[in-house]
Write a protein that binds this ligand. Structure first.
Ligand code: AKG
Length: 374
């Protein structure tokens, strides 16, 4: 019996029991009875409103077996050894085979791509189709710029709420990025800031950062962005052993001032469940070498030195002047940000920033895409 995407389902009675077998391009795979049983769609097993289970599959017997099965069209009928029987839809089951996140594919980029794609705030406010387009670019490239947002203080929160849910931290709901005396963070001075992850010492680390330019009267203070996915792919090619150490060995990031002592311990390179690079926890202002053998320390140092070079290399790092009325939005793990230094004597430079969690824009994208807002 064949169904969606050409996978074939056979009922195999040749062994001791009955097996339901998937036959795909890459070979045959028996569907374990437990796998199938917990995917029951029957109304006494699954609440159809919440899509949450009414039974506890962790308590099914480990030896649960299929005692009988048959296939017809899109239907797979199965009787299990615990007495449960059910007709499954093969096309519904097929969708459960892949752990798809239903998001746009990640597109790694280099400096040649230029400034992030730009979307217009008045359109995003009024129109879900425009928001969907901005979310699609954000999820593919890890960054977008929103222009025509005006220079009203606090706007960054309104933009943040359109994309997700604003996260309050010890910096407040929003923070002012401008040069002040006795700053407790280098961001609040005029010095250049190399590419970094914001708040890698926080658990969870902010998923997404927004920076809204209210005024920049200086010739410096250019914004910098770099795609950690592209950089880490290069690092893996150049130095596979170093890459593995950076991805495996945890380091501790720490922030301490008069009121807070925040710490988070994890590797510098973050991988997703498929082993692909998801991002970096990177801030040379804050981390310390983990204790390893002398040999591994050398390999680690060579790799983080090379990573540092790549992150500021003109092939990878894009630089641009964020204009008043523009908001840069970036995935705080995937796209590292920084700025060039500036001279406060030339005039004022004032940005406002906030954080939003990473999951809400992904959810918003899926909902809008499913609604066909495009
Ligand atoms: O001043 C800027 O453009 C960036 C500031 C910054 O890196 C930060 O607030 O995290």
């Amino acid at each position: 019996m064949s169904y969606d995407r050409g996978v074939k389902v056979d009922v195999d009675r040749s062994g001791d029991g009955v097996e339901v077998v998937l036959v795909g391009a890459t070979g045959a795979q028996a569907l374990p009875a437990l796998w199938l049983r917990e995917r029951s769609q029957r109304a006494d097993q699954l609440d159809h409103v919440s899509q949450q289970r009414l039974v506890d599959p962790h308590r099914f017997h480990p030896d649960l077996a299929i005692v009988d099965a048959s296939c017809a069209g899109d239907d797979l009928w199965v009787r299990f050894s615990d007495g449960h029987d059910e007709t499954f839809s093969l096309s519904v089951l097929e969708r459960r085979l892949h752990l798809s996140d239903d998001l746009p594919a990640v597109v790694a980029w280099r400096a040649g791509a230029g400034r992030p794609r730009t979307h217009h705030w008045p359109e995003l406010v009024a129109d879900d189709t425009a928001l969907l387009a901005a979310l699609r670019d954000f999820l593919a490239y890890g960054t977008v710029v929103i222009d025509r947002a005006g220079s009203e203080p606090g706007t960054v929160l309104t933009v943040g709420q359109r994309f997700g849910i604003v996260r309050e931290t010890n910096w407040g709901r929003l923070f002012d990025v401008r040069s002040v005396p006795k700053a407790n963070d280098l961001a609040y001075t005029p010095v250049p800031l190399g590419p970094h992850t914001d708040n890698p010492y926080r658990d969870p680390t902010p998923g997404i950062q927004l920076l809204h330019c209210l005024v920049n009267e200086t010739t410096g203070g250019l914004s910098t962005l770099v795609d950690a996915v592209a950089v880490c792919e290069q690092l893996r090619d150049d130095d596979p052993d170093g890459f593995e150490l950076l991805a495996d060995v945890p380091v501790q990031f720490r922030f301490i001032d008069d009121t807070d002592d925040l710490r988070y311990t994890r590797p510098v390179i973050e991988r997703d469940h498929l082993g692909a690079v998801a991002g970096l926890a990177y801030s040379p202002r804050l981390d310390y070498l983990p204790l390893m053998s002398v040999a591994d320390t050398r390999v680690y140092q060579r790799a983080r030195g090379h990573l540092a070079e790549l992150l500021v290399h003109p092939d990878f790092e894009v630089r641009f002047a964020l204009q008043p009325g523009e908001v840069e939005i970036f995935d705080n793990a995937r796209v590292l940000h920084g700025r060039t230094g500036f001279d406060p004597q030339e005039g004022m430079r004032h940005l406002q920033g906030c954080y939003i969690d990473g999951d809400a824009p992904r959810s918003r994208y899926r909902m809008l895409a499913a609604r066909g807002a495009h």
